[in-house]
Design a protein around this ligand. Sequence first.
Ligand SMILES: [Zn+2]
Length: 303
Amino acid sequence: MGYSEEVVITDHRYSAKALSRRVFYKWLFPALTEWAAIIVLFWIGFTANVWPVWVIVIFLLGSRQHALGVLGHDGAHFTAAKSKRINDAASALLCFWPMMTTLGDFRRFHYNHHRHFNSAHDPEVIFKSTMSGKQWQPPITRRRIAMYFIGDLFGFGILEVLKARQVLTMSGLLFQNAPGRITKGRWKNWIGPLAILAFIVGVLYSSHLLVALAIWYAALLTSFWAFFRLRTWTEHGGIIENGQTTHRLKLSWVERILITPHESWSHFEHHAHPGIPFWSRHKICEKGVRTKSLWATLGTFGE
Ligand SMILES: [Zn+2]
């Protein structure tokens, strides 16, 4: 079992069908909790209103934006709610649109990642091996991974964020043969994100809090990407032992909250059973196989 990519549900209390049950409030509650945390962070920032506090706020804000992205990933898999309409509306409104991304683009990109996993058509492979090869190919030391994290926090990852956008929309020459790629009518996807942006600008402008929008985008272009990059390493990054394609790491609760929120630490099991919502995925995790820490794992990617 330890050498297999398959995840067999051995606990007879659960069946794959029962575990794949969608319960909307179990997705909605964490999503609203993330938004409550975001509001608290802004409140702290505006109350203190000194730049060192804003720096900490931006750092934590990016981690919560990343957590919303993880919940959006569930929505892309239709596991947020039983009703497709509620699933799509909630994940677009609470996760994708505020981050100027569309559910449709992410779903197409991400389904290609699952369907063509680790092949030439896997958009993650294209990103990591062709578009940003130097940053993702082992050997890479822990020190360099840390330098990328710090660099991202200072905004040196902006070009990477732009490249990631290109991957999400599968635009450009590298994606011309990508399965499922659409070229017409893409602008329609942007009506929602732009409408919500106009609404938020209106509300913030009338309450003289427009600076909050600048803080939001500053976090999106810096710490969001720093956490996104770090979580990406914990999934299929670097060198993976035993010929496997996905890591199984032992993370502390702080690492789970900041780097792999909402059970995204169980990415191995997610690839085996993408229809199981994040909140019940731990039930299919084999006990005792997660023995290596994040620090130790990153240490194996280097020379
Ligand atoms: Zn997925």
